[in-house]
Design a protein around this ligand. Structure first.
Ligand code: GLU
Length: 427
């Protein structure tokens, strides 16, 4: 986290999320027909910007952080995707996240390519003032490649509407005019959209119910386990609990709690807001061994935190009938095979968590037209886009006898490569 640490992107890397993504592309390639000629496009990010982000700490010392913005593909429109602040951010991770945005945006048919950014920092170690200085310096550094028609950042892990407001302001100051459409996930007072903050969790909930119905489960009686109680897992937990489902286990970065009779979700969310974690919550049993989370008896298992959580180590022990990917890249290809062999349905990230970017698209459209929609209208359009996309992927999976992930990749990659082919190469 300080300048004493070597640059992570020069260190030898273990197998990372980018390797998982490449394997997913290899698995979809035989299904792309003549478009397979263009598939190499998907294995090479269009543009990678690595920036140094120096800030003055409150104590007067200078700290440097690694910043990234990767534009994986812009064949269908401007780059689009979040910015993550996390101590484990790597180039491989940001590359994979940007590529999953390309596939996601195409799979739900919003008119964007894919991009992602990140800073390798533990934001909990920074004061609010330091966080603001870091965000602003990062934005200034990537200013040369972002913009409302070029590449539009948004929140991701550890970034929120305040961070988006600082990014929007910094970009606008550099441009000399207020450009609300340069980021999404902004506060409502700055051109943000109603429903954006909870959109990813809402989408996870909508598709969880949809997947349940299609597999013969009653959505109102689901038993749900969730990893992550942030903006995705927390909202999903609330919506599932409100619908009559019971939340039987939650894992966050500090603790794992479990209650087969059902956790009181509003009480848990209040506890987590006060203490920063689910640790110490009295309405559930605490599991000392984090690995046991994956063995909890439930219907719906929702990884809603980081990548590479469901691996060949724990995939054989999962007792859920559906894995619903709120996170990006939580399941490795090896784990995908194990889950498929065990008859466990995986609803892939590129559909399951696409609610966030879908309402980001609504926000961007509203900013451009300076005309704002009601929350009902937004939620209705969101539900329709996601259920239609899920229905199409479900049907294709049945027709081609492939997993939902491969089907979603067929839909997404076909749209991207058709655009690529029609545009042709220049010069
Ligand atoms: N970070 C979110 C994602 O992974 C949202 C991106 C966006 O709204 O641009 O999909």
């Amino acid at each position: 986290m300080t300048h004493h640490q070597p640059l992570s992107y020069l260190q030898p890397q273990p197998r990372g999320p980018w390797d998982d993504y490449l394997e997913q592309i290899d698995r979809v390639t035989p299904h792309l027909g003549s478009l397979a000629r263009w598939v190499e496009t998907l294995k090479r990010p269009k543009r990678i910007l690595i920036v140094d982000v120096p800030i003055e700490r409150d104590d007067g010392s200078i700290a440097h952080f690694e910043g990234y913005r990767v534009q994986h593909n812009t064949s269908r429109g401007p780059g689009k995707g979040g910015v993550r602040f996390h101590q484990d951010v790597t180039l491989s991770e940001v590359m994979a996240l940007s590529a999953w945005m390309t596939v996601k945006n195409a799979a739900v048919n919003v008119p964007y390519g894919g991009a992602k950014g990140g800073i390798r920092v533990d934001p909990k170690q920074l004061s609010q003032a330091e966080l603001q200085r870091m965000t602003r310096r990062y934005t200034s550094e990537i200013n040369i490649i972002i913009g409302p028609t070029k590449d539009i950042p948004a929140p991701d892990v550890n970034t929120n509407e305040q961070v988006m407001a600082w990014m929007m302001d910094t970009y606008s100051m550099n441009e000399g005019s207020t450009a609300t459409g340069v980021v999404t996930g902004k506060p409502i007072s700055l051109g943000g959209s109603l429903g954006r903050q909870e959109a990813t969790g809402r989408g996870v909930f909508v598709l969880g119910c949809e997947a349940a119905v299609r597999t013969g489960l009653d959505p109102a009686r689901l038993r749900v386990a969730i990893q992550g109680l942030g903006n995705v897992g927390g909202v999903a937990a609330r919506l599932f609990a409100q619908s009559g489902a019971i939340v039987v286990a939650i894992q966050d970065h500090e603790a794992t709690i479990c209650n087969p009779a059902g956790i009181d979700v509003p009480a848990l969310l209040a506890h987590a807001r006060r203490h920063g974690s689910v640790a110490g919550f009295t309405g559930a049993e605490s599991l000392a061994n984090r690995a046991e989370f994956w063995e909890v008896d439930c219907d719906l298992l929702i990884p809603a935190a980081l990548e590479q959580q469901i691996t060949e180590v724990n995939a054989g022990k999962i007792r859920a009938s559906i894995v619903l990917e709120g996170a990006n890249g939580p399941t490795t290809p090896a784990a995908d095979d194990i889950l498929a062999a065990r008859g466990i349905l995986v609803v892939p990230d590129v559909i399951a968590n696409a609610g966030g970017v879908t309402v980001s698209y609504f926000e961007w459209v509203q900013d451009f037209s300076s005309f704002f929609w009601s929350e009902d209208e937004i939620n209705q359009r969101l539900t329709r886009i996601l259920t239609d996309a899920f229905g199409a992927v479900w049907q294709l999976a049945a027709e081609r006898k492939v997993s939902l992930r491969t089907a979603a990749f067929i839909v997404g990659c076909t749209r991207v490569l058709q655009a690529r082919e029609m545009r042709g190469l220049y010069p």
